[in-house]
Unconditional design. Sequence first.
Length: 624
Amino acid sequence: MRKSLITGCLASLFMGSFSFGQELYVPRDVKKAYENETRSKSGKPGENYWQNSARYKIDLQVNPPSRTIKGSEEIIYTNNSPNTLNSLNFKLILNNHKPGAARLGQASEDYMTNGIEIDSYSENGTKKDWDSKNDGTNKMIKLDRPLQPGESVNLSIDWHFDVSKQSGREGAILENTFFLAYFYPRVAVYDDYMGWDTMTFFGMQEFYNDFNDYEISVNVPEDFIVWSTGDLLNAEEVLQKKYAKKLERSMQSDEVIRIATPEDLQKKEITKEGNNTWKWKASNITDVAIAISNEYNWDAASVVVDSTSNRRVSVQAAYDNVSEDFHEMVNYGQHALNWFSHHYPGIAYPYSKSTLVRGHGDMEYPMMVNDNSHGEPELARFVAEHEIAHTYFPFYMGTNETRFGFMDEGWATTLEHLIGIEDLGKENAIESFKNFRVQRWINDDNMEQDVPIITPSNILSGPVYRNNSYGKAALGYLALKDMLGDELFKKALQGYMDRWNGKHPIPWDFFHSINDISGKDLNWFWDSWYFEPNHIDFEIEKVTQNDNSIEVLVSNIGGMPAPFDVKLTFADGSSKNVHQKSTIWENAEDEFSIQIETDKQVEAVTLEGGIWMDATPENNTWKK
């Protein structure tokens, strides 16, 4: 279908006053949520929306270099659903380390452990049997007494596990340095559209957690420092006065304070004598992670994230001295928190602290980052910014990363690019994004690469999972920004985040929220970008030079409504760029005629996509 630019603009003017002309595909479980009014087609939480929650009190005993960790926890789990729960599903993520566990890749001997081994389990004070022998990453336990709506159950669990020698998202980083994540038995999410989350953790996809309250205590030998999600409650009890004062001073300091240096570590005067129990508290948060070391430097400073209240956030780094990039990591963290808070998404960092730990994961956790050391400063900053961006997606928003990876990785990649423009300049940021996020998708013509982004992440693997979750999804979000303009895009994004902060949004909540807040029917856009097996591929079919204009007929071979520039090169050597937003494809199926006013003689026409790379750039140029 061929359509002129003028016709397209007129159609756009009138679209806002009409009801939506195209419905998005809605799966059966989401339709049930609409019927039950837990979610709505306006994108808002429904009148009957609910979610469950728990309070965790966790005590750990850690004694490096022994890699055996002993834990005990008290859980008060509350059923806010309208359903009676006869069983509880527990997530035991570390069982992915067990020999024979289902994994999407090979695992070395150093990755293998016995997983989480339950030593005792009690329900409302009554001890129950728990056989750990055949446990996977899920364990359904039948309750002695069904949990009615509005009721709570008290659970007590003692367990132990070995930290794996191979360190990735968690594990032993050095002999006396551990990063602990997914280390405790956790009640899985029970939600309004899927019920219990029973998806197996295969080692690649990520996580889905409720918003819970945590009290954490970690007992370690003398000279060991502990970093954790949450606020440290007893700095004066575990640190010598000099170091407790340094930590306190860093909370109001723009300048980096070196709390523990190699010289301090050598003197062994940082902590109080004997074993110390570090205590932490975090509220309304989706998970916790912990780092432990007696060989890591400790830096800290702070940054203002809310100019109205002048609220400051602590930024800390824990690292081995040979990791030169980490000597600047607090500065990188300050910059990221400041930029994300004041620009995009433009919501003040919601927590009191961010700690960046030198590990091997390049992975995010609430209030924590576990990053590799990178020789190039720009790469180190880039990775830190990406992981810190995850604060908003999935932690602030509570998205289901396991099923909808594009709702967190896609947004972190978007924010990574936007802050990259600030860091590198627009041209360099575009080249970096193309090389790192787009090229491996657009240059791979394997049929699997065209699987729609909406395809559940838990059934994808390898490059398809990464491309759908990261680059492809981010290109769609950035095309949305280009189409709506900065002001409306930010308004719609912040409105969606305000609606779903602390809840569990799914893709349809996002799509409908943006429609509702922007006042635009964007279902055609969502359908083409996220629900169809499309890719980016434009072709110049024909160029017609008239007296006062030039007409460029462009064919959308790939189906993606991506933006692009039309570059005109004139006979006098000058040139002109005319930007085309995604809206040109709103009512066009495969062709669009672009008319540009000019009385100059045109020698060449080129389509330039920038980050929206074209699969066949050789047909993007016409020459006279």
